[in-house]
Design a protein around this ligand. Structure first.
Ligand code: APR
Ligand code: PHB
Length: 396
């Protein structure tokens, strides 16, 4: 027997997008049910992005979920572009008056799940067979199998597809209703989490003839490091010693020494840019990675997800409380303006910093010229800085 339940907003996916949306709606008195395929432990442990724009920090603060972020987040006032074995600092705060905060995506996820559970609001983990139906009517439905194996049906006013790039909601939209824009890069990132204090106070984006490397962190005890590798690279070919050796080479600079430590995690991720337009089909609204992907070089993925649901929460609340559809009708175009700015910025950072197979000396000289210009011209540095710290929500 299938159990039938009604809610105002059915949210598929408990990543940053789904969870912040549920929280913002709850504060407005709008009911939602969050459905997540994985277990709570899994989503809380999954290591993903780690940089919050100042705009995102302010959003989480206004939403009342930034206590631990304010205590434990690491505020950074700049980053280093490292090339020619020298650091060139981009001074965010001096240039824009704003900063970024290093705080793991899974910490944001933990805070939002704790908040939802404390509020006694519905969230179900380990659901399966999620499917969405009747998207163009006024009572769209979600069917799924719950954690006990029971078939369930959820009738909603609105469905939010927050189920990431590999989710099911985007694929439920008929072919022809969406346009896909995509670019796949000819390289991937090998990321490690190391139990070692960061070797530098700030993030280092290193351009090197052997390929890009990034020094980041999660806490005063944990370093996050990345290496550009081939797109089809296999992790077995990268024992820890080889990773450290390569990091030492690519991050080498006068007066810098890289602190090693036990490798806690090791993963290879492909790099892609992807956008679907529009981010809506009838009563289904896509948000976050379900609608768009950026390569990680600009640190924009989690920030875009949060910006989407900020707008969606307002639009859905206006609709359900006051019957107004203008916010819902404007949702896709308004989000896409910010999305495309981030797409361009992430593509630009990626193109400036990576070495692609087959790149010739002409391209390398162009990259170095762009790096030098960005490092020395206050106008160019400010352009990088204002994109990195996050443009105001309605600026784009
Ligand atoms: N049913 C239910 N849940 C699903 C399904 C499904 N069929 N498919 C995927 N999910 C869940 C995933 O397990 C995940 O927890 O949806 C969630 C999507 O979360 P994210 O992938 O974190 O996406 P989003 O919330 O949009 O956040 C974007 O994630 O990939 C990073 O860099 C990206 O930082 C960005 C952020
Ligand atoms: C990270 O810390 O994981 C990180 C930081 C900056 C990026 C990408 C990832 O551009």
């Amino acid at each position: 027997m299938m159990a039938c339940v009604r809610t105002q907003v059915g949210i598929v996916g408990a990543g940053p997008a789904g969870l912040l949306l549920a929280h913002l709606l709850h504060r407005e008195g709008v009911d939602a049910v969050v459905l997540e395929a994985r277990s709570r432990e899994y989503v809380e442990m999954r290591v993903r992005a780690g940089v919050l724009e100042q705009t995102s920090v302010e959003l989480l603060r206004e939403a009342g979920v930034a206590d631990r972020l304010d205590r434990e987040g690491l505020v950074h006032e700049g980053i280093s572009l490292r090339f020619d074995a020298t650091d060139h600092r981009i001074a965010f705060t001096e240039l824009t008056g704003r900063s970024i905060t290093v705080y793991g995506q899974q910490e944001v996820v933990k805070d939002l799940i704790a908040e939802r559970i404390a509020a006694g609001a519905p969230i179900e983990f380990e659901v399966a067979d999620v499917a969405v139906h009747d998207l163009t009517g006024d009572a769209p439905r979600i069917t799924y199998t719950d954690a006990t194996g029971r078939g369930q049906e959820l009738t909603c006013d609105v469905i939010a597809g927050c189920d990431g790039f590999h989710g099911v909601t985007r694929d439920a939209i008929p072919a022809g209703a969406l346009t896909v824009y995509e670019h796949v890069y000819p390289f991937a990132w090998l990321g490690i989490l190391a139990e070692a204090p960061p070797s530098h106070e700030e993030l280092i984006y290193a351009y090197h003839e052997r390929g890009f490397a990034l020094h980041s962190m999660r806490s005063p005890r944990i370093t996050r490091l990345y290496l550009q590798v081939a797109p089809d690279e296999s992790i077995e070919r990268w024992p820890d010693e080889r990773i450290w050796e390569e990091l030492h080479r690519r991050l080498a600079a006068d007066g810098f020494s890289l602190t090693e430590g036990p490798v806690l995690e090791k993963v290879i991720t492909g790099m892609r840019s992807f956008v679907v337009e529009p981010m809506r089909h009838g009563r289904l609204f896509l948000a976050g990675d379900a609608a768009h992907i950026v390569p990680p070089t600009g640190a924009k993925g989690m920030n875009l997800a949060l910006a989407d649901v900020r707008r969606l929460a307002g639009a859905v609340t206006d609709f359900l409380r006051h019957g107004r559809v203008d916010g819902l009708d404007a949702y896709s175009d308004a989000c896409l303006r910010r999305v495309w700015r981030a797409e361009h910025f992430s593509w630009w950072m990626t193109s400036m910093l990576h070495r692609a197979e087959g790149d010739d000396a002409f391209q390398r000289r162009l990259q170095l010229s762009q790096l030098r210009y960005t490092a020395t011209s206050p106008a160019a540095a400010t352009s990088l800085a204002e994109n990195y710290v996050g443009l105001p929500f309605d600026a784009t």
